[in-house]
Design a protein around this ligand. Structure first.
Ligand SMILES: NC(=O)c1ccc[n+]([C@@H]2O[C@H](COP(=O)([O-])OP(=O)(O)OC[C@H]3O[C@@H](n4cnc5c(N)ncnc54)[C@H](OP(=O)(O)O)[C@@H]3O)[C@@H](O)[C@H]2O)c1
Length: 358
């Protein structure tokens, strides 16, 4: 099979660079186009990222470095060069929404990191191990957009990636309410310590829009398709506090949770240890060998030690114990720019390719 050609929109940014790095040697996909704002358009990719390359220990991949950056608004030109696009643009939602829709209307599937379409009822928001069946909404979306091949599929917010899989594995006990505090890395804001020195020795107790996303997006992931729309669930009720902390990569979550029926701690550990991802998500090039791993040490998971589990695609859990207000509490961790952004989107593209949507 010849490789599918991918365009990376927002290729010069932090998540875009991660896309370019992950796609550089991909067995199914090859980068055919890179695009960004008019500020970068016309430069070679190497020139456009000089002085702002953020990927640790990796040089600008050869496969992308000589490509000329295009303006993302040249939709027809880019659509004619690729089989699908990955979107890592940081623009106003009002600009992104029609832009992504116009790519879909140009018969180009859009795999997006952006939040603009997360609440469009016929746009699937996929965590491949959990809700790959939501891809079945794509024909309804195509019908609305009057296209044959194009569609938009989105990734959920990076903040929910550590705790949604952990709670999903416990669904048979009926999680009823959860309190979550996230400790989020500065790369989640597209920043490094060089670009954001104020974050050194500091914590900022506010991330715009993040708490609302952290409380509501899990409900769409656990939702059901009804008459061409994904209808969100209401449970568990989630209360989130999202805090920016001085680490480069890795979002940690401290979670307290109650259930309809309180399980034994051993039963929770067994569900995590034996968790089986949806079979559609298994064996894809970016699937981690172990999706959920429970670490026994009292001081684990740790951001620096554990964020790269499963090449940054795994979720690590730890410190399960009784809670005096809720039933239990625990810690969860995931890599925000890999599982939480570009890696999760590439996995989604792989799933949608194997399922025949791309
Ligand atoms: N960082 C994370 O961990 C993370 C996780 C999940 C989701 N996300 C989401 O992913 C997206 C990208 O985040 P990021 O951290 O990579 O941002 P970033 O580093 O600021 O990169 C933004 C990208 O968007 C382009 N861009 C900005 N304004 C534009 C405009 N008006 N027209 C065309 N292109 C424009 C930039 O192009 P130029 O270089 O030419 O300016 C750049 O390629 C955001 O929606 C963010 O919320 C980020």
């Amino acid at each position: 099979m010849s490789k599918l050609k991918v365009g990376v929109l927002g290729a010069t940014g932090m998540v875009g660079q991660r896309f370019v790095t992950l796609l550089a040697d991909h067995p199914w996909f090859e980068i055919a186009a890179v695009a960004a704002s008019p500020r970068s358009a016309g430069k070679t990719y190497r020139e456009a990222v000089t002085g702002r390359w953020t990927q640790p220990d990796v040089a600008v991949p050869q496969t992308a470095s000589d490509l000329v950056v295009q303006n993302v608004r040249e939709i027809d030109a880019i659509a004619s060069q690729v089989d699908f696009v990955c979107c890592a643009l940081d623009m106003e939602k009002e600009d992104i929404r029609p832009l992504e829709e116009n790519y879909a209307k140009a018969e180009t599937p859009v795999i997006s990191n952006n939040s603009a379409h997360r609440w469009t009822p016929d746009v699937p928001m996929l965590l491949p191990e959990i809700n790959p069946l939501h891809a079945e909404i794509i024909p309804a979306q195509r019908k609305r957009l009057r296209v044959q091949r194009g569609f938009i599929a989105v990734k959920p917010n990076c903040s929910i990636q550590p705790y949604v899989p952990a709670l999903h594995a416990l669904s048979e006990f009926g999680p009823s309410k959860a309190s979550v505090c996230t400790y989020q890395a500065i790369s989640g804001a597209g920043e490094t310590f060089a670009s954001w020195p104020e974050m050194m020795d500091n914590i900022i107790p506010y991330i715009g829009g993040e708490e609302e996303k952290s409380e509501s997006e899990p409900h769409k992931i656990w939702g059901h398709i009804v008459k061409g729309e994904i209808v969100p669930t209401r449970k568990p009720v989630i209360s989130a506090q999202c805090v920016r902390v001085p680490v480069t990569d890795g979002h940690m979550a401290a979670v307290s949770v109650s259930f309809d029926k309180k399980p034994k701690a051993e039963a929770i550990l067994a569900r995590w240890q034996n968790f089986k991802s949806d079979p559609r998500a298994l064996g894809l090039p970016s699937s981690p060998k172990t999706f959920l791993a429970y670490l026994k040490g009292d001081d684990r998971p740790q951001t620096r030690l554990d964020r790269d589990a499963g090449n940054g695609m795994g979720i690590t859990l730890g410190r399960l114990r009784e809670d005096p207000i809720f039933h239990y509490k625990f810690i969860a961790l995931s890599h925000n720019t890999v599982r939480g952004a570009a890696g999760g989107a590439v996995l989604m593209a792989e799933l949608l390719t194997r399922e025949g949507y791309i």
